[in-house]
Design a protein around this ligand. Structure first.
Ligand SMILES: [Zn+2]
Length: 400
C-alpha cells in the first residue's frame, strides 16, 4: 500500500499509472541548450473511497499556468465551433436572456464571446487578456479561487451559470475552487463543467491525457461525491465526443434546487460494472508497449534513411516523447499552428517547433507523426497527400 493520501478525502490511495519523472508539459524552452527547470513525478493513484483518480505529486499551479502559458484554444476553429454550440445550448437550457454567466478560464474567448447576456471571465493567463479585450469579453485578470470569488460576488455579480472547460482536472485545491463557485453562483444557479471523462480516456487507451495538467480523473461516482461535499448534486450529464477525445459535461446545482435528469442514472448504470482500477493497471502495460513500438519504428525509419517530422506540438505529446525517450535524432522537428509555440523547443526532449506554414516544404515522401490524433479529420483535410504515422489507438500508417 502506498503512503499517498487522497487529496480530497484523505483515505490511502493506490498508485496505478507511473510515467516516471516528466517535465511540465507547457514549459516550452527558448533554446535547445536551455535546462529544464520544472519536473514532476508522474504517478497517478486511485482512491477506492471516493473513486477519484489523482496525480500524487501535484506541480505548483503557478508554474503550470505560468505567464506564457501557450494554449490558446480559440486558435482552433474546431474549439470555436464547440464553444459556439455550448453557449447556445446553455443560453436556451437555462434561459440566460436576462441572466448572467461566469466562465472560469475562458482562455481567448471560450463560451463568453458567444453569449448575449451579462458575462464575466476569470483568466490568469496574460497572453489571453488583449484578445479578450479585443473581443469585448469582460474579465478579471486573476485566477479563480475563494478569495477572488467572494470579492466578485460583492463587487460584480452572482451568476445563473458558472462554466468551466478543461479546468477542474488541473486543480490541486478542489475544495477552495468549489467554495468559490458557491460564492458566485445564484441560489438556483448551475455549475457546468467540461472535462475528459476518465472512463472514456481509459476505455479508449488515451494515455497521453495523463500529463501535468491532469491532476484528477472523474468518474460519475467521484463527481457525485465531490458535489455532495459542497451541498450540491449532479443534475445532468452530456456526453461530448467531438473534442479532447471523450469528454463529459457535468451540470451541478445546490441540492434540491433543480430536477435531476435521467441521464445521470443512465450514466451510472452504464458504468456500474466498470472495474476502473484493474483497467488502469492494464493501461500501464499498454503505455509501455506503445512506447517501445513507437521508438522502434522511429529508429527503423531513421536507419532506413526516411525523413520524419512531427505535426502538432501538443502538451499531451510531451508525455509520450519523454516517456519513450524520443530525441532530435529520432524526431528532428515538430510543426505547429500556434504562434506562441513556434520557435520554441519541447520540454525534456528539446525538439524544435516550427511554423506549420513551413510544413508545405516538407518532402512529400516524409513520414509525418500525428500528435493531436483527436483532430485527425480536420488535419487530414488540411494536409492532403501525406503519409502519417499515428500511435493511437495503435501504431499504424495512414494516408491523408
Ligand atoms: Zn478519496
Amino acid at each position: 500500500m502506498s503512503s499517498y493520501k487522497c487529496h480530497l478525502c484523505g483515505s490511502p490511495v493506490e498508485a496505478v499509472v507511473d510515467l516516471h519523472v516528466q517535465p511540465l508539459a507547457n514549459s516550452l524552452l527558448d533554446s535547445p541548450d536551455a535546462i529544464d527547470q520544472n519536473w514532476y513525478n508522474a504517478v497517478w493513484a486511485w482512491c477506492r473511497q471516493c473513486e477519484l483518480l489523482q496525480l500524487t505529486d501535484v506541480p505548483d499551479a503557478s508554474i503550470v499556468f505560468a505567464g506564457d502559458y501557450p494554449y490558446l484554444s480559440g486558435q482552433s476553429e474546431y474549439m470555436n465551433q464547440h464553444f459556439r454550440k455550448t453557449a447556445k445550448m446553455l443560453y436556451d437550457k437555462y434561459d440566460l436572456s436576462m441572466g448572467r454567466a461566469i466562465e472560469i478560464g475562458p482562455n481567448d474567448g471560450g463560451i463568453l464571446q458567444y453569449l448575449s447576456c451579462s458575462v464575466l471571465g476569470f483568466e490568469p493567463a496574460e497572453a489571453c487578456w488583449p484578445i479578450l479585450d479585443e473581443k469585448g469579453v469582460p474579465h478579471r485578470q486573476m485566477k479563480f479561487d475563494l478569495r477572488s470569488a467572494r470579492e466578485t460576488a460583492a463587487v460584480w455579480f452572482k451568476a445563473d451559470v458558472v462554466y468551466t472547460a478543461n479546468t477542474l482536472r488541473s486543480l490541486k485545491d478542489l475544495r477552495d475552487f468549489f467554495m468559490g463557485v458557491l460564492e458566485v453562483l445564484n441560489d438556483d444557479g448551475v455549475f457546468v463543467v467540461e472535462d475528459p471523462y476518465i472512463i472514456d480516456v481509459v476505455n479508449r487507451n488515451e494515455f497521453d491525457q495523463f500529463y501535468s495538467e491532469c491532476v484528477y480523473g472523474f468518474t460519475i461516482t467521484a463527481m457525485q461525491n465531490i458535489a455532495r461535499m459542497f451541498g450540491m448534486e449532479v443534475i445532468d450529464v452530456d456526453e461530448l465526443t467531438d473534442n479532447h477525445g471523450g469528454s463529459l459535461r457535468w451540470h451541478m446545482a445546490r441540492v434540491g434546487k433543480r430536477p435531476i435528469s435521467p441521464n445521470v442514472e443512465a450514466l451510472k448504470v452504464a458504468n456500474s460494472e466498470f472495474a476502473l482500477k484493474d483497467k488502469l493497471n492494464r493501461f500501464q502495460q499498454m503505455i509501455d508497449d506503445i512506447s517501445v513500438l513507437f521508438v522502434d519504428e522511429l529508429a527503423h525509419l531513421r536507419d532506413t534513411g526516411k525523413s520524419v517530422v512531427g505535426y502538432g506540438a501538443t502538451s499531451k505529446s510531451v508525455t509520450l516523447l519523454n516517456y519513450a525517450n524520443v530525441d532530435v535524432e529520432l524526431l528532428p522537428v515538430v510543426y505547429d499552428t500556434t504562434p506562441s509555440k513556434v520557435g520554441k523547443f519541447l520540454p525534456g526532449v528539446h525538439i524544435p517547433i516550427r511554423d506549420a506554414k513551413e510544413f508545405a516544404d516538407v518532402p512529400r515522401d516524409a513520414i509525418c507523426i500525428l500528435f493531436p490524433y483527436n483532430h485527425q479529420r480536420e488535419i487530414f483535410e488540411r494536409e492532403k497527400g501525406r503519409r502519417w504515422l499515428v500511435y493511437f489507438p495503435k501504431l499504424d500508417y495512414k494516408e491523408s
